[in-house]
Design a protein around this ligand. Structure first.
Ligand code: ZN
Length: 371
């Protein structure tokens, strides 16, 4: 890989203006529209890339430190530079900047996304969380000015503060005046002679911070909560982007969710199903008393009102619905077996018979049943 300084024919300590001059001179010789030779095209690419790197103070510094990533590997280098120069010398579309107006270093920061893991209990009641967020924050040293304290940006002496360079371009249609962002100040109209050493002149630094948030009840997996203005601070202290929290709700061992209702299976022994009983179950609200009527049937649904989920928009909590699963003993000691046989003689239960198929409200849950 040829040395960028050699490619442009400038000294290693060449000023930005010298680099620009050298580049313009070479581009006029080598641009494919002027010089159709294949060698010229290759050299033009090299020259353009060298200029791309050396005209950007950050990239030039990296290159001087040995960090250039190769011919066309650098961020935004290569053919981006080609089209830039094509526009610079041959007209072409605008650079996105209105003529005569320098652009601001201050830009809005990016949005940030953080994932949050919740339990079903968090969803039922809502939860307060302190969330660690790693984003760009305002540089305390320069307060976003990008300048070493006590110093200021100075008007760019190439574009005299306009951020734009006017060029007269000869084209097939005659002379055309075009306006392009000044490459010395990148269109800002000012340069920063003493960049803040804390943030390297970015006006912001990366930092970990804690964001406190009340996550409302009723959220579900995939939902994104937006916290306006809690994202990244922008370059040069520009306004913050937004922070998004993406919620993932872990599945619960016992309860599952159906809209605002919670579902569970209640395993009831055959004896309790026959005789009825009262039981205290562990709901997500804590212990709840439940009456099981005598003769309760497998698949019967018992509803505990208001022990479900508070909807995201609304206050009326859903219900806790439990489906009865009658558990038949699989082993009986001889005496118990004799008693059940005695019961069979007394009650003469109807023999097994076919009836209409009912998938049942809780067939999905019953599928989980392991016995
Ligand atoms: Zn700073």
């Amino acid at each position: 890989m040829a040395d960028h300084y050699e490619v442009l024919g400038v000294a290693r300590d060449a000023s930005p203006e010298e680099i620009k001059k050298a580049y313009r001179r070479l581009a006029r010789q080598l641009h494919p529209d002027v010089n159709p030779g294949e060698d010229a095209a290759e050299r033009f690419k090299l020259v353009t890339h060298a200029y791309d790197v050396l005209s950007d103070p950050d990239q030039r510094q990296r290159y001087d430190l040995g960090g250039d990533s190769g011919a066309f590997g650098g961020a935004g280098a290569g053919f981006g530079g080609f089209s830039d120069i094509f526009e610079t010398f041959f007209g072409g579309g605008g650079g996105g900047t209105r003529a005569g107006r320098p652009r601001s270093r201050r830009e809005r920061g990016q949005d940030a996304l953080v994932r949050v893991d919740l339990t079903l209990g968090d969803v039922v009641f809502g939860v307060h969380r302190d969330i660690e967020v790693d984003t760009a924050v305002l540089c305390e040293t320069c307060q976003g000015s990008c300048c070493q304290p006590g110093t200021q940006p100075v008007t760019c002496d190439i574009c005299h503060g306009s951020g734009q360079i006017q060029r007269t371009v000869r084209s097939l249609l005659g002379n055309v005046v075009t306006s392009q962002p000044c490459t010395t100040c990148q269109g800002y109209g000012t340069t920063i002679p003493y960049p803040c050493s804390t943030c390297q002149g970015q006006g912001r630094v990366r930092a970990r911070r804690t964001v406190s948030i009340d996550i409302p009840a009723g959220v579900e997996t995939g939902l994104r909560l937006q916290l306006p203005g809690s994202g990244e601070v922008g370059p040069a202290g520009g306004p913050n982007g937004d922070l998004y929290l993406e919620v993932t709700v872990a599945s619960h061992d016992v309860f599952s969710r159906d809209g605002d209702d919670l579902l569970a299976t209640l395993e009831v022994s055959m004896i309790d199903a026959i005789l009825g009983t009262s039981v205290t179950i562990d709901s997500l609200d804590g212990p709840v008393d439940l009456e099981i009527r005598q003769g309760v049937q497998a698949g019967d649904e018992l509803t505990i009102r208001g022990r479900g989920i508070t909807p995201l928009r609304g206050e009326q909590r859903g219900d806790l619905r439990v489906a009865v699963q009658v558990v038949t003993p699989s082993h009986l000691d001889p005496k118990s077996r004799a008693l059940v046989q005695e019961l069979a003689k007394r009650t003469r239960p109807a023999p097994p018979h076919l009836a209409e198929f009912h998938p049942g409200l809780f067939s999905k849950l019953r599928g989980k049943f392991k016995r």
